[in-house]
Design a protein around this ligand. Structure first.
Ligand code: ZN
Length: 67
């Protein structure tokens, strides 16, 4: 299990990644692309946990929501 940050999904482990910002004059610079993460109460191994989930894992039904 990777070290979890607030902007990292605790199911798939996806976090911020580096992308490129291209200006109109085509100056290229690095930018951080955040993933859409929100915290939810889920049931894992019969226990209720409050974890950070990306919306992709939430939508794909990879977790069972509690409450
Ligand atoms: Zn995820």
């Amino acid at each position: 299990m990777p070290i979890t940050h607030s902007s990292q999904c605790e199911i798939c482990g996806r976090g911020p990644r580096v992308s490129r910002q291209v200006s109109h004059a085509h100056n290229v610079s690095k930018r951080r692309q955040q993933i859409n993460v929100s915290r939810h109460h889920v049931v894992m191994n019969g226990a209720r946990r409050f974890i950070a989930l990306c919306t992709r894992c939430l939508r794909s039904g990879l977790v069972q929501k509690a409450g």
